[in-house]
Design a protein around this ligand. Structure first.
Ligand SMILES: Cc1cc2nc3c(=O)[nH]c(=O)nc-3n(C[C@H](O)[C@H](O)[C@H](O)COP(=O)(O)OP(=O)(O)OC[C@H]3O[C@@H](n4cnc5c(N)ncnc54)[C@H](O)[C@@H]3O)c2cc1C
Length: 253
């Protein structure tokens, strides 16, 4: 999919009640699981074929709803990991949390051929349409929307500069491990691969500073603690506050 064929982004302007661009597609639809891949011991990619399709902009997320036989429902947001332009198929990548109601079900119960209710895509701020340089900073499963941006950058042959920083605890915790190239800097906070030049430790200013790109929008995604830390580092290194977009996934750091 080319940049020109992505749907227009929502604009901030006078608030009026009108259907979103492209009509009111945000009703629930069925996603059939067509593939499940292990990314790490705690992370899985789920490839869904959507009955009605869903054209997304990298950075957006879907809502997933589970309904129990007694009618109880639980819904959670999951970022889209795939690039736009894969027909009616999208990929989600879910980390299994201890005692996680929805992530536990997706990991333990969901099989190829099963159906899920999904709605979206949602998100009009944490999105990259390919028209500006981008510095992507993700912690753990927070790399998911950034992977959609990176995949789109490659698939559409976009020439805007892009750099990606991925922070994980150990090599075993790294999702999408085969997909990183020279644009990516990997940070291991607890344990590094053998012979890794940078000692284990959290993302710091010395690592981030050389990666800054003039005029870039920064996209920071991860746990609340990671997102606060990384966005504060960016601002302390001179990134304009308005150029840093943050998405927080959960309550823990
Ligand atoms: C816009 C958006 C996009 C998201 N995209 C993704 C994604 O692509 N992949 C992904 O794996 N998750 C993503 N999340 C997080 C996801 O929506 C759920 O919060 C997560 O899967 C936990 O749900 P659960 O039902 O399994 O856990 P719950 O049953 O809700 O919680 C179980 C325990 O984990 C704690 N907890 C809840 N959420 C988190 C969290 N995110 N991190 C750490 N602890 C938590 C709770 O406090 C509780 O103690 C996204 C969140 C948002 C807001």
């Amino acid at each position: 999919m080319t940049e020109a064929s992505l749907p227009p982004l929502p604009q901030i302007g006078p608030v009026t009640r009108r259907p979103p661009v492209g009509g009111p597609p945000r009703t629930w639809q069925t996603g059939t699981v067509v593939e499940i891949r292990d990314e790490t011991p705690r992370m899985k990619t789920f490839r869904l074929s959507l009955a009605e399709g869903a054209v997304h902009v990298p950075g957006q997320h879907l809502m997933v709803r589970l309904t129990a036989p007694d009618g109880y429902t639980a819904q959670r947001s999951y970022s889209i990991a795939s690039a736009p332009g894969e027909g009616s198929e999208v990929e989600l990548m879910v980390e299994r949390l201890v005692d996680g109601e929805v992530s536990g079900y997706l990991h333990d119960e969901l099989r190829v051929g099963d159906s899920l209710e999904v709605r979206g895509p949602f998100g009009g701020w944490f999105v990259w349409n390919g028209r500006s340089p981008a510095l992507l900073v993700g912690g753990g499963s927070g790399v998911v929307p950034l992977m959609s941006m990176l995949r789109h950058h490659r698939a559409a042959g976009i020439t805007q500069p892009m750099r990606l920083v991925v922070s994980v605890r150990s090599p075993e915790d790294l999702p999408f491990a085969d997909e990183y190239a020279e644009e990516t800097t990997l940070i291991f906070t607890r344990r590094t691969p053998d012979g890794w030049a940078r000692p284990a430790g959290r993302l710091d200013a010395a690592t981030l500073e050389p990666l800054l790109i003039d005029g870039a929008t920064a996209y920071v995604c991860g746990s609340t603690g990671f997102a606060e830390h990384a966005s504060q580092l960016l601002v302390s290194l001179g990134a304009p506050v308005g150029s840093v977009r943050v998405e927080r996934y959960g309550p823990t750091s």
